[in-house]
Design a protein around this ligand. Structure first.
Ligand SMILES: *[C@@H]1O[C@H](CO)[C@@H](O)[C@H](O)[C@H]1NC(C)=O
Ligand SMILES: *[C@@H]1O[C@H](CO)[C@@H](O)[C@H](O)[C@H]1NC(C)=O
Ligand SMILES: *[C@@H]1O[C@H](CO)[C@@H](O)[C@H](O)[C@H]1NC(C)=O
Ligand SMILES: *[C@@H]1O[C@H](CO)[C@@H](O)[C@H](O)[C@H]1NC(C)=O
Length: 182
């Protein structure tokens, strides 16, 4: 940008034409990013929202409903991954107290992974936004209940995962709220 200001007029014109050309080429992606940014500003975790949506190719040229679906899909992938992690931890621990708490978490995560989130994703595609929002917030609630089951000397091996789950759920609910407002 600075070079175009300090350059002689004839080359300024070339720079201007080049900039216009670059703008024309990048315009579609700029517009797409605008929607992602616009939507993410309406969520409680802007940075997480941006990085999550931009990491998934399905966000490109998506409308708001599409972005909500991408977020819900990633939330389900995260919950599934966490459930598998819990199962692996159960296998590895020899502490009965730890095993109990982990088993309790698995019990909380199983319905989220099997029913609540898949049903919410289905509802989202049918435009049943209130139902979708309920199912998505169940994920945050169960992650909290899981985390709270660890206390005192029993340190949660799931804190980061539960926290991320909660944040992703909050972001997804916020995007669905945009849809509900029409
Ligand atoms: C969980 O969400 C985070 C944040 O978007 C993402 O980086 C990660 O890949 C997700 N994990 C899975 C297993 O989908
Ligand atoms: C994009 O969406 C399709 C259809 O829902 C899905 O099968 C695919 O896995 C998604 N791609 C990514 C990168 O998540
Ligand atoms: C748990 O351990 C058993 C026996 O070693 C093994 O068969 C099973 O696949 C393991 N499960 C997980 C989730 O790691
Ligand atoms: C963990 O959950 C079990 C089963 O509901 C409950 O009995 C126990 O009191 C909980 N522990 C903590 C520390 O919340």
């Amino acid at each position: 940008m600075k070079t175009s200001i300090s350059s002689p007029p004839s080359s300024s014109l070339h720079v201007l034409l080049l900039l216009l050309l670059l703008l024309a080429i990048s315009l579609p992606s700029i517009q797409c990013d605008d929607l992602v940014e616009q939507i993410c500003k309406k969520t409680p975790f802007y940075d997480l929202c941006i990085s999550t949506l931009r990491s998934n190719s399905n966000s490109t040229n998506s409308d708001v409903k599409g972005l909500a679906s991408v977020m819900a899909d990633i939330l389900l992938a995260n919950a599934t991954d966490t459930l598998n992690y819990i199962r692996a931890q159960i296998n590895q621990t020899s502490d009965p107290q730890m095993e109990r708490a982990l088993a309790y978490c698995a019990e909380l995560y199983i319905p989220v992974v099997k029913y609540n989130l898949p049903q919410a994703i289905d509802a989202l595609s049918k435009g049943q936004f209130a139902f979708a929002s309920d199912g998505i917030s169940d994920a945050a609630r169960e992650a909290d209940a899981c985390e709270k089951n660890f206390s005192g000397s029993l340190k949660s091996p799931l804190s980061d995962r539960n926290k991320l789950l909660h944040s992703l759920s909050d972001v997804a609910v916020a995007i669905v709220k945009v849809l509900q407002k029409g």
